[in-house]
Unconditional design. Structure first.
Length: 181
């Protein structure tokens, strides 16, 4: 698996299927995104990549947070590989990056730098300055920039949405079995 620590990727990695997210913990919801994206990449004979961020945006904005991550970055990359990811675009989340508007993120990074054939996100994905971007904005620009969008419904376990945030809360309150499920 190839890891790019910036958004400049070689031409042969463009026109790929890209899943975007923080992917902390690689829980069942993330795995659902990966499965659908990987299936599309195999069917269309293209590479499967992940666009992720380091540090996690919430950690960048709140320096007081400690022991926040569910898994280390190294563990995350190993799990990406286990789930068939061909390459990772690991964007350094810093002040400059945090100020990019959602529309500029789509135009300058998604379209001009990565130019994917497919984008996969969960339907609660937010991005861009002040988290103004969402699935609807990605859908709107999909026609202009010629990518397909997979808006993957959140995964639920016994009616409860599975998310890294929920898993962290269960762990903090000592509900280890529930976090594991």
């Amino acid at each position: 698996m190839k890891i790019f620590n910036n958004i400049t990727i070689p031409r042969n990695y463009k026109d790929s299927a890209i899943a975007i997210g923080n992917f902390d913990g690689i829980h069942k919801g993330h795995q659902k995104v990966f499965e659908k994206t990987k299936k599309f990449s195999i069917k269309n004979k293209i590479k499967f990549g992940v666009l992720t961020f380091s540090p996690l945006p919430v950690m960048f904005f709140n320096k007081k947070i400690i022991n926040f991550r569910l898994i280390s970055e190294n563990q995350k990359f190993k799990l990406f590989e286990k789930h068939g990811v061909d390459f990772v675009i690991n964007i350094k989340f810093n002040k400059n990056f945090s100020e990019i508007s959602a529309k500029k993120f789509i135009k300058k990074i998604i379209h001009k730098k990565i130019n994917p054939r497919l984008l996969s996100v969960s339907n609660n994905f937010k991005f861009g300055r002040k988290r103004k971007g969402d699935v609807n904005l990605l859908k709107k620009f999909s026609y202009k920039y010629n990518y397909q969008l997979f808006n993957i419904k959140v995964f639920k376990y016994k009616g409860i949405i599975v998310s890294s945030t929920k898993i962290r809360k269960y762990l903090q309150s000592g509900k280890i079995n529930l976090a594991n499920k």
